[in-house]
Design a protein. Structure first.
Length: 153
């Protein structure tokens, strides 16, 4: 069963990996992705922070469904999905996905699937905060939809 958390507090990657793998000797590979708040490129407005909003029950169910789909497709031996919400400053962790499997390719594919589907199917709304005090809502990107489409049945 996957561990799925939606939370404001930061996560400890080492502790989460240790918890996922504790007592398992049949894990041959672990795929991991950590998403962070990044600064805008020099040719764009300076971002100071990102705020993620969500509806708690809806978001929890959506993430659990995505994790369950990854477990089904790759027969994972373990899976962790942690997504933060609230105001996050530059460099802050946003999301962690860890997939453990008997073989590395299944773990890596599952981790890619998880982040691609989280980017397109998880109900979060993102607002960028700029150096001048302005804010704007982040629009969905076609590149994210294209990445997620490769996992369609």
């Amino acid at each position: 069963m996957a561990k799925v958390n939606v939370q404001t507090q930061d996560f400890d990657i080492g502790a989460e990996t240790a918890a996922l793998t504790a007592g398992h000797t049949n894990i041959g590979g672990i795929g991991c992705f950590i998403g962070t708040v990044r600064a805008a490129p020099p040719d764009q407005r300076a971002i100071t922070a990102l705020t993620l909003e969500h509806y708690p029950a809806m978001t929890q169910r959506a993430l659990e469904k995505i994790a369950a789909e990854a477990e089904r497709r790759w027969s994972l031996l373990g899976c962790t999905v942690i997504h933060r919400h609230g105001r996050l400053e530059l460099g802050a962790n946003i999301v962690l996905v860890i997939a453990a499997a008997a073989h590395r390719q299944a773990a890596l594919d599952a981790a890619s699937f998880l982040i691609d589907w989280l980017k397109t199917k998880a109900p979060f709304w993102k607002q960028e905060h700029f150096l001048d005090g302005a804010t704007t809502w982040v629009e969905a990107k076609s590149t994210d939809a294209d990445a997620a489409a490769r996992w369609s049945d």
